[in-house]
Design a protein around this ligand. Structure first.
Ligand SMILES: NC(=O)c1ccc[n+]([C@@H]2O[C@H](COP(=O)([O-])OP(=O)(O)OC[C@H]3O[C@@H](n4cnc5c(N)ncnc54)[C@H](OP(=O)(O)O)[C@@H]3O)[C@@H](O)[C@H]2O)c1
Length: 186
């Protein structure tokens, strides 16, 4: 699949690496432009706009950067994976007003088909051998199914937890019971 990643830090790089190893066509971007990105085997450096144009776009930026990273793009009908967690600088948990964090992210991306995923494990666990379970949740089953296909075809195991109001809360960090839980399908 053609995948775009916004955010080339710990999580963006780990996800890009595993996707590229599985043969997916991956563009990765950051805030400073493609020329600032270190080479990553099989992964193409690009702009945020390049990443948004892909079949699936993965958001892997800090909570405070979400507005800047997403504004000015057309998200309608786009499948977007939200890997972010609501942590502010200094490791302060953002006030979500009782909402699931990905519902707040979804509201920043009008028309996007948002799927929460890749937010519960460390980069090391994401890159570990074996079919590590990636929890997914979202309010658009067809988008969750597409992301599950990407996950499975990359060597992970996908578990669909249902809508954001339920599954999203289970995989929410901090607060949900699933973050940090590393399961491997045998
Ligand atoms: N680290 C973990 O273990 C972990 C696990 C699960 C989920 N998460 C979540 O995943 C997200 C990313 O975490 P991380 O540890 O990978 O962060 P990180 O290492 O600090 O990397 C953040 C990346 O976001 C990019 N970025 C910042 N502002 C941007 C903008 N306006 N436009 C485009 N790119 C921008 C940065 O690019 P520049 O350097 O060019 O600014 C950088 O490449 C966070 O929400 C975090 O809570 C982290």
């Amino acid at each position: 699949m053609q995948v775009g990643i916004i955010g080339a830090g710990n999580i963006g790089t780990a996800v890009a690496t595993k996707l590229a190893r599985a043969g997916h066509d991956v563009v990765i971007s950051n805030s400073r432009g493609p020329e600032s990105l270190p080479p990553l085997d099989g992964v193409t450096p690009g702009t945020v706009a390049d990443a948004v144009r892909r079949e699936i776009t993965i958001l892997a930026v800090p909570w405070v950067a979400l507005d800047l990273a997403t504004q000015g793009h057309d998200w309608s009908g786009k499948v977007v994976v939200d890997a972010s967690n609501p942590i502010l600088p200094g490791f302060v948990v953002a006030d979500l007003g009782g909402q699931p964090s990905s519902a707040i992210v979804a509201a920043k991306l009008p028309g996007a088909l948002l799927v929460k995923g890749f937010n519960t494990l460390s980069p090391e666990r994401l890159l570990a051998d074996g079919a590590t379970v990636i929890f997914l949740s979202g309010d658009h089953p067809e988008a969750t199914a597409k992301v599950a296909e990407l996950v499975e075809s990359s060597g992970w195991a996908a578990i669909d937890l249902g809508p954001l109001a339920e599954g999203g809360r289970l995989q929410q960090y901090p607060g949900g019971p699933l973050p940090g839980l590393s399961l491997v399908r045998q």
